[in-house]
Write a protein that binds this ligand. Structure first.
Ligand SMILES: Nc1ncnc2c1ncn2[C@@H]1O[C@H](COP(=O)(O)OP(=O)(O)O)[C@@H](O)[C@H]1O
Ligand SMILES: [Mg+2]
Length: 174
């Protein structure tokens, strides 16, 4: 069985068999480098506020953003599964997530057959820009699907109002 490894922004990924194992990785050194950089430019407070109002919480969120990413991804899939999301099968305390594995796709393939282009109309440029990057997508069960849906922006964007009518079996309809 061929095992592959990949680095994401906040997680280390082991691709084995039919699954992708996403391991949250802490980022203390990157946090320290950024702290020094923003200390020099006098932007520490402003930057921290983009994560949380409490500076301690903001630092915590930055260092442990892999855990928060796993939490968001697992939660979004459980609460608002959609056909264009790769299923997140398990989460072990948000430290390790197990997702179905897809195959990488090129930018051209994504542009030719984007799974939710119409949803992006009128949305902020930063978000639509990310949603046109092939690294966020893969081919899963013949469809182009989002594999990295871990950010708070995505959680807000793709979450549906909760309803007991919406269950995992309804996913094919969306
Ligand atoms: N379900 C998956 N199937 C195939 N490859 C994947 C899958 N999940 C992640 N990967 C690979 O791992 C990389 C990092 O995963 P990602 O979810 O983007 O982590 P991060 O949120 O830390 O950026 C992806 O760009 C992709 O190459
Ligand atoms: Mg990523």
């Amino acid at each position: 069985m061929r095992i592959q490894f990949a680095w994401g922004a906040t997680r280390f990924v082991i691709l084995v068999g039919t699954v992708a194992i996403k391991i949250a990785r802490p980022r203390p050194f990157r946090a320290l480098r950024r702290l020094i950089k923003y200390q020099m430019s006098g932007e520490v407070r402003a930057r921290l506020l983009t994560f949380a109002e409490d500076p301690f919480l903001a630092g915590f969120s930055y260092i442990f953003s892999g855990i928060l990413a796993n939490r968001n991804e697992y939660r979004l899939w459980r609460e608002s599964p959609r056909q264009f999301l790769v299923p997140t099968l398990y989460s072990f305390g948000w430290l390790v997530n197990v997702q179905s594995r897809g195959e990488s796709i090129s930018r051209e393939e994504l542009e030719a057959d984007h799974p939710f282009r119409t949803l992006l109309v009128g949305k902020p440029l930063k978000f639509t820009g990310d949603m046109m990057k092939a690294a966020y997508f893969c081919r899963y069960e013949g469809r182009e699907c989002l594999l990295d849906y871990a950010s708070y922006v995505m959680l807000a964007f793709f979450s549906r109002p909760q309803s007991h009518d919406v269950t995992l079996v309804d996913v094919a309809r969306n």
